[in-house]
Design a protein around this ligand. Structure first.
Ligand SMILES: Nc1nc2c(ncn2[C@@H]2O[C@H](COP(=O)(O)OP(=O)(O)OP(=O)(O)O)[C@@H](O)[C@H]2O)c(=O)[nH]1
Ligand SMILES: [Mg+2]
Ligand SMILES: [Zn+2]
Length: 326
């Protein structure tokens, strides 16, 4: 799904410029690990046994993010060490900050599990914006509709009906209840072998899913505020959890502004994958499928081959996006 964009990343040999309170003499041999969390000038790296070592950064280190594979040296007999270098990344997922900045979120993610939940008012527009942003990172997306237990049969049928559009486009969809573990086993079987990011608005239940999978860990989750109907941003830093030797999940803070990321026209065009596929048959190469003659997309939409809501949202984004968010 989407185009492939290789992330190039230079490997740099660090100088011996070590954080001041580290005595180089006491450092052990180089070991391999994985970055599970980062705080300012320090990172938590899990070693081969998945024991956490708090590592200091050297000034020459490339900035590590959750999910990076790294070489480090530990200070003997202590639970601290130094980061030596990062391995080349397969991918680097970024997200916008509130003031038009862009911040790296996680490295080596090969699947985005986008959680949706009923009480946040499931909307196709929000989902389409998320999908456009996710598609621009070239990482596959699965849709996980959580809190299935809160719905009655009629509501379930309505949601399934609305999500059928996305299933038809090719997005895998799961209906789960993270809190009660319903349908979670099937999801987990399908996730094996991947390093994935749990994404979605604050309050959809990302941490609750982690909590269900790791019952022995202390993980904070919180109720959705009754007055605002919004999540409360309970998780404040991304963190990686290991499910098995080759399955890792990153819990991340919910981002309200994710869907409002500034998107180029080309991102919007490529982010509606079923529309993008049809666009190669348009008469004009730069067709935006608004009212151009010989437009294959508009013809397909007229024949009912593209869902009405998708076409409407595509038009809305491509025509109003800049005015609205720049
Ligand atoms: N009924 C029901 N409630 C759930 C389910 N999953 C999560 N919740 C509740 O939803 C609330 C929010 O869950 P969290 O796991 O904290 O949400 P989050 O996505 O991690 O939110 P942030 O960390 O703020 O991004 C909590 O009160 C959970 O108990 C579910 O499957 N069913
Ligand atoms: Mg959370
Ligand atoms: Zn067209």
């Amino acid at each position: 799904m989407g185009k492939k964009r290789k992330q190039k990343h230079q490997k740099r040999k660090p100088s011996e410029n070590v954080a001041p309170d580290i005595n180089t003499e006491s450092l052990g041999p180089e070991e391999e690990g994985i970055v599970i969390s980062r705080f300012g000038q320090q990172v938590d790296i899990a070693d081969q046994n998945f024991e956490t070592i708090r590592c200091f950064l050297r000034r020459s280190n490339e900035v590590p993010v959750v999910g990076d594979r790294a070489k480090f040296k530990r200070q003997e007999k202590l639970k601290t060490g130094v980061l030596v270098e990062l391995e080349e990344r397969k991918s680097l997922l970024k997200r916008p900050t509130p003031h038009h900045g862009i911040k790296p979120v996680a490295a080596n993610i090969d699947l985005i599990a986008l959680l949706l939940a009923p009480e946040l008012g499931f909307s196709e527009m929000l989902l389409d914006r998320y999908l456009v942003a996710a598609e621009s990172s070239s990482i596959p997306v699965w849709l996980i509709f959580n809190k299935w237990d809160l719905l009655n049969e009629q509501q379930k049928a309505e949601i399934e009906n609305r999500l059928q559009t996305y299933k038809d486009i090719g997005y895998p969809i799961y209906y789960i209840s993270a809190k009660h573990g319903e349908q979670v086993d099937q999801l987990v079987e399908d996730l094996r072998g991947k390093q994935l990011l749990l994404a979605g608005q604050s309050g959809v239940g990302k941490s609750t899913l982690i909590k269900y999978l790791f019952p022995d860990l202390e993980i904070t989750t919180a109720d959705i505020s009754e007055t605002s109907g919004l999540g409360t941003h309970t998780t404040t830093a991304s963190r990686l959890y290991k499910l098995d030797e080759d399955t890792f999940l990153v819990d991340s803070p919910g981002v309200r502004e994710f869907g409002l990321w500034h998107l180029e026209d080309s991102d919007i065009q490529q982010g509606f994958v079923e529309i993008y596929k049809l666009a190669e048959n348009c008469k004009f190469r730069d067709c935006k499928h608004i009212k151009e003659p010989g437009c294959a997309v508009l013809a397909a939409a007229k024949n009912g081959e593209i869902a009405e809501s998708r076409m409407k949202n595509y038009h809305h984004l491509i025509q109003h996006y800049d005015q609205q968010f720049s």
